[in-house]
Design a protein around this ligand. Structure first.
Ligand code: SF4
Length: 345
């Protein structure tokens, strides 16, 4: 685990010296920032944003390299979820416009083919559920098999909370990575979700890791959490050591309890991306949903030059993203190669 060694005083991380400290500790030695140090970064003023992004970029280049991982996502089952995650337009408990729908297997395979054509190495099958029932597990098994037979791409799944038996079955199907977001800091989670607990999510992640699947776990920033809680969340993730962290920014959806929240200011979003990179120097840090509305068109460039090393191409689950070509052109322009498929695949 990449934690600060004993004797690294958290209290030394004042906003004045935290960049120098991070340069030595994170860039020099590959040791992620602690919770207190991350908080000091999140408190840096806008006048320090540029050197912060530069440092985050250097850290990413040194500890992850120039490659960018590209992923496509598809919704196998949309809407009608019984849970009450306050940001989510797929909950059946709110007056949001997303209605329940299922995708058939041929459409799933076609989407995987289109995704592979963009150069993506990862295709994630997502379902809006608390956890999979037998019908969903059967659909996923059929879908994964069909994709593995016809398309050169690694399959990931995001199907909510799992039992041990379901974890074992997904691993046996050859699912490469499992996404399950903790969404926010443990201390803020009850303000976001009341129908299940942070600990239930954590248990699923623990089982996924033990079964040998890669762990993908991130969350959403800008849901009303404090800077302290944002730092707490980064530390929670660092303790989990996920292979990938998708960072979303709240895109307030009409009809959800968070529908009236303000969009996170662009500088805060970029500062958070850089802070998470410094807390997680070796992790795939992926731009996920909400970046267009938070950062605008320039955000992709700034984020990719400020610690991000993975993107989702095309549309997100319930909102439109930028066209794939725009992101792929940008990677070409920045001379950042798209990560190739693993040789062991
Ligand atoms: S985030 Fe997932 S579990 Fe929560 S309401 Fe949306 S689909 Fe359901």
């Amino acid at each position: 685990m990449t934690q600060a060694p004993v004797g690294t005083p958290d209290t030394a991380a004042t906003t004045e010296d935290v960049l120098a400290l991070a340069r030595d500790q994170v860039l020099g030695r590959g040791i992620g920032l602690t919770r207190e140090q991350t908080l000091a970064v999140l408190r840096l003023g806008d006048d320090r944003l540029e050197p912060l992004l530069e440092l985050a970029h250097e850290v990413r280049m040194k500890w992850c390299g120039p490659e960018v991982e590209v992923e496509g996502i598809i919704s196998l089952k949309t809407g009608g979820c019984p849970e009450d995650c306050h940001f989510c337009s797929q909950s059946g408990l709110f007056q949001s416009p997303v209605r329940a729908a299922w995708l058939d297997i041929p459409s799933l395979v076609e989407a995987a083919k289109q995704t592979a054509k963009t150069g993506a190495t990862e295709f994630c099958i997502v379902a809006a559920v608390r956890g999979p029932d037998e019908r969903l597990m059967a659909q996923v098994a059929a879908g994964v098999e069909a994709i593995r037979n016809e398309v050169d791409i690694q399959v990931a799944c995001s199907l909510g909370m799992l039992t041990q038996d379901q974890v074992d079955r997904l691993a046996a199907m050859g699912v490469h990575r499992y996404n399950h977001n903790l969404e926010t800091a443990r201390s803020y989670f009850p303000n976001v979700v009341t129908t299940h607990s942070w600990e239930e999510r954590w248990n699923t992640l623990r089982m996924v890791r033990a079964a040998g699947m890669e762990v993908c776990c991130g969350g959403i920033l800008g849901m009303g959490e404090s800077l302290e809680q944002r730092a707490e969340f980064a530390a929670d993730l660092a303790a989990l050591e996920p292979d990938e962290v998708p960072l979303n920014f709240l895109n307030p959806r009409p009809g959800t309890p968070f529908g009236d929240l303000e969009v996170l200011p662009a500088a805060d979003a970029l500062r958070a991306v850089a802070a998470f990179r410094l807390a997680l120097p070796r992790t795939l840090l992926r731009f996920a949903g909400g970046r267009e509305i938070t950062l605008g068109d320039l955000g992709a460039r700034q984020g990719i030059l400020g610690g991000i090393n993975a993107v989702i191409v095309g549309n997100y689950l319930t909102t439109l993203g930028r066209p794939a070509e725009q992101d792929l052109d940008l990677l070409g322009e920045l001379e950042m190669p798209i990560k190739a498929l693993n040789e062991t695949f």
